[in-house]
Design a protein around this ligand. Structure first.
Ligand SMILES: *Cc1c(COP(=O)(O)O)cnc(C)c1O
Length: 312
């Protein structure tokens, strides 16, 4: 498999690591750094580059002309796949959750997908939920009309995605004690943890309500690497009611963080991560001297909150 990422322009790797001065950390003797994965590629939002590039290599190597993947109406992964297809000259098909969206004006995220040439195929929620079953998946693919597509799962988290994310951990070796990332499917955390040295800790902050993520992440690590690693854990307290929910307390935190540091705080994932780390620091969770790194997976303001797609 080639290690040359096929996309243009070239990704910015390793992503920059920036120290931040924030007294909510420094008064506990803790340093906070930002791992700026949002700066890796202008067209592929945040960590999605790391999750996609080995899949793109595999698709091209196997002669596929079409990428097919799944997502909700505000999925960053759908947008990244559409952009990758445009850059590579491949067709893309997005299977979108919610057949009630068909024929309605597209939201900004799906508008961008369509502008990048992605064909959108809307399916009802129960069929969408069934897509982990091979037969349901096969019939969804058939119904989409895609010919011999390379299929990437929802959120882009498969074994190649996890392997692609190990580089995130490797870039942080010797540079941090705890590396933290917001989790959707957990694929990024699974890979990052595996790339860190065994004495470095990875912390995941799930942005969805449910508490189902731990077994998923272990399974992803098993499939990608042969065995789960023991150096990560989740703190499930910071989902704020569920995906894309931004209650006033979280919005106020994010606005204040932007004022303090001049960093636009993406609301769906990054705000919850930064809130969680700040709370953990103020609770005294990190021993003095701890270097904490927050992986900034996106900086653009979130598209308007997903009103009708708060569950998955
Ligand atoms: C997709 C995404 C994540 C979560 O990645 P997973 O690998 O699904 O856990 C985090 N932040 C942003 C901005 C994302 O788009």
């Amino acid at each position: 498999m080639s290690t040359t990422p096929p996309t243009t322009p070239r990704p910015r790797l390793p992503s920059p690591l920036q120290e931040l001065r924030d007294e909510r950390f420094s008064r506990h003797g803790v340093t906070l750094a930002l791992k700026r994965d949002d700066l890796i590629h202008p067209d592929l939002p945040g960590n999605k580059y790391r999750k996609l590039f080995l899949n793109l290599d595999a698709a091209v190597a196997a002669g596929h002309k079409t990428l097919l993947t799944f997502g909700g109406a505000y999925s960053n992964h759908l947008r990244a796949t559409a952009a990758a297809g445009r850059l590579l000259g491949m067709e893309t098909v997005g299977v979108v959750r919610g057949d009630e969206l068909a024929g309605r004006p597209l939201n900004p995220s799906l508008t961008q997908c369509a502008a990048d040439g992605m064909r959108l195929h809307f399916v009802d929620r129960s069929a969408y939920r069934g897509k982990t079953d091979p037969e349901v998946l096969a019939s969804l693919v058939r119904a989409s009309g895609a010919e011999n597509p390379y299929v990437i799962p929802e959120g882009g988290s498969n074994a190649l995605a996890v392997r692609g994310c190990t580089a995130l951990g490797e870039e942080l070796r010797d540079r941090t004690d705890t590396a933290a990332v917001a989790c959707g499917t957990g694929g990024t955390l699974a890979g990052m943890a595996a790339g860190l040295a065994p004495d470095q800790r990875a912390l995941g902050i799930p942005v969805l309500k449910g508490g189902f993520l731990g077994p998923d992440i272990r399974a992803l690590q098993e499939r990608a690497l042969g065995a789960p690693t023991a150096n990560w854990h989740l703190d499930e307290r910071f989902h704020f009611g569920g995906y894309a929910r931004t209650p006033p307390e979280l919005a106020a935190f994010a606005n204040d963080f932007e004022d303090r540091h001049g960093l636009p705080v993406e609301r769906v994932y990054v705000a919850k991560l930064l809130y969680a780390l700040t709370a953990l620091s103020e609770e005294g969770t990190f021993p003095p001297g701890t270097r904490v790194t927050a992986v900034i997976t996106a900086t653009e303001p979130a598209t308007p909150a997903a009103q009708s797609s708060t569950s998955r």
